[in-house]
Design a protein. Structure first.
Length: 222
């Protein structure tokens, strides 16, 4: 396991703690459709300056009163909201369970705020913000509208905007039979995000080294 560099992540992203979020829902409308699962994977930095994933937080969620549940969405995710083995929490409990450890990590790593990282990020951020509004959660640690979108980053790095295909291009194992659970998708999104950012770091370090070598070979004149 890589050794974590305390506080370094805050310097990489303007005092933000990146946290990969994935939600599974009862539809596409964050105002009317149920939040059914939420998972979070905080991202930290090791002593070599590479991004690494922290432990996964994942909870099933009880649909809020009056929530819409689209049959096609339930068929797609395979979630049975009435299954007692889900051990689901209500929205307030689930948000507390997610936010408390994130706030501790923010304090431990000198971050002023967390920022959502997700695949098609505004979808997940919309459901997160809507849930906070429904339960009147006053201490949401996440920036209300800024986010990092791995669909965009995957398109930039690999020409792929679908999570499974971007992971394949990045040589990250992806099991389609496990997809569409919040925990699995969040973990794979986190791997993809770390891979792309770390690859960029390697590229810029190589470019800087080549530039330095050229400069030295020309006596400091470019």
């Amino acid at each position: 396991m890589s050794e974590i560099s305390e506080g370094a992540i805050s310097e990489r992203f303007r005092n933000y703690l990146p946290v990969v979020i994935d939600v599974e829902t009862g539809g596409f409308n964050c105002q009317t459709d149920a939040l059914l699962e939420i998972a979070a994977v905080p991202v930290l930095m090791d002593i070599d300056g590479n991004l690494i994933t922290h432990e996964t937080l994942s909870y099933s969620v009880v649909p809020f009163p009056g929530a819409n549940l689209e049959p096609s969405a339930l068929q797609f995710t395979g979630i049975d909201p009435d299954d007692p083995d889900r051990n689901a929490l209500d929205e307030l409990e689930a948000l507390r369970a997610i936010f408390q450890p994130i706030r501790k990590l923010m304090r431990d790593h000198d971050c002023k705020r967390a920022i959502v990282v997700a695949h098609n990020a505004h979808f997940d951020l919309g459901f997160l913000n809507a849930a906070c509004a429904r339960v009147d959660f006053k201490r949401n640690p996440f920036h209300p509208f800024s986010c990092f979108d791995t669909a965009t980053l995957g398109g930039l790095a690999f020409g792929q905007t679908v999570l499974a295909r971007a992971c394949e291009a990045a040589k990250i194992e992806f099991n389609n039979s496990k997809a569409h659970s919040a925990a699995y998708d969040a973990e794979k999104t986190a791997e993809l995000f770390c891979h792309i950012v770390n690859r960029w770091k390697q590229f810029t370090e190589t470019t800087d080294l080549l530039t330095d070598n050229v400069t030295q070979s020309r006596g400091g004149i470019i």
